[in-house]
Design a protein around this ligand. Sequence first.
Ligand SMILES: [Zn+2]
Length: 253
Amino acid sequence: MRPYILAETNWKALKDEKFDLAILPWGATEAHNYHLPYATDNIQADYMTAEAARVAWERGGKPIVLPTLPFGVNTGQSDIYLDINLNPSTQLAILTDIVEVLNKQEVYKLLIFNGHGGNNFKPLVRELGYKFPKMFISFCFFPGVLDKDLYFDEKGDHADEMETSLMLHLRPDLVLPKEKWGDGASKKYKIKSFSEGWAWAERKWSEISKDTGVGNPHKATKEKGERFFKDVTLKMGDFIYELCKADTNDLYE
Ligand SMILES: [Zn+2]
């Protein structure tokens, strides 16, 4: 039983406990190329938040990891079989209820750990911060924690070399054999402004990728996954510890 994982701990341990920070991992249920499980984002979020919370806990921080929310925003994949979409407005409703509990029970810090590129928490966090002024709400997205180019050869953003390496490290039993992996080839918009990053429109996933992947996974290895996982969770662990200890009335220098 890990005392910083809510799903594992109990009332005996919690009735007189006080945590500094709640961590909410948020994933998605969606196709990940041919070879990775639909729960890939949830599995990554589960393992990463648990390990980062352990690092912070052992340094003396008091985080509590809430159960992972398994559905994310998949509006661009409505024709991909059993990709389950949760609309942004539903996410706001769920977050509002969770924040209401935390606020009432005086757990005034919340970190949303995002594990899925389609989730966009910035506008939601702004609105919640406005409604719950005592709460300090933040979010992070793990592929941005470190420079991916220092760990992986091929660029990508979905079921790519990074995600395949991570899953080979975390749950190799759920990864199909290498001869079943698609090449993750994807199409870009003909309108170049979208590729330059200053204009944005949602991609229709089934038209940009045959195997649903974006990024070639073929150079993925368990060792690369292990190294990335370790470094990301160490850095996140430091961040979580800092958040736990931070005085939210004295955040700027
Ligand atoms: Zn993913």
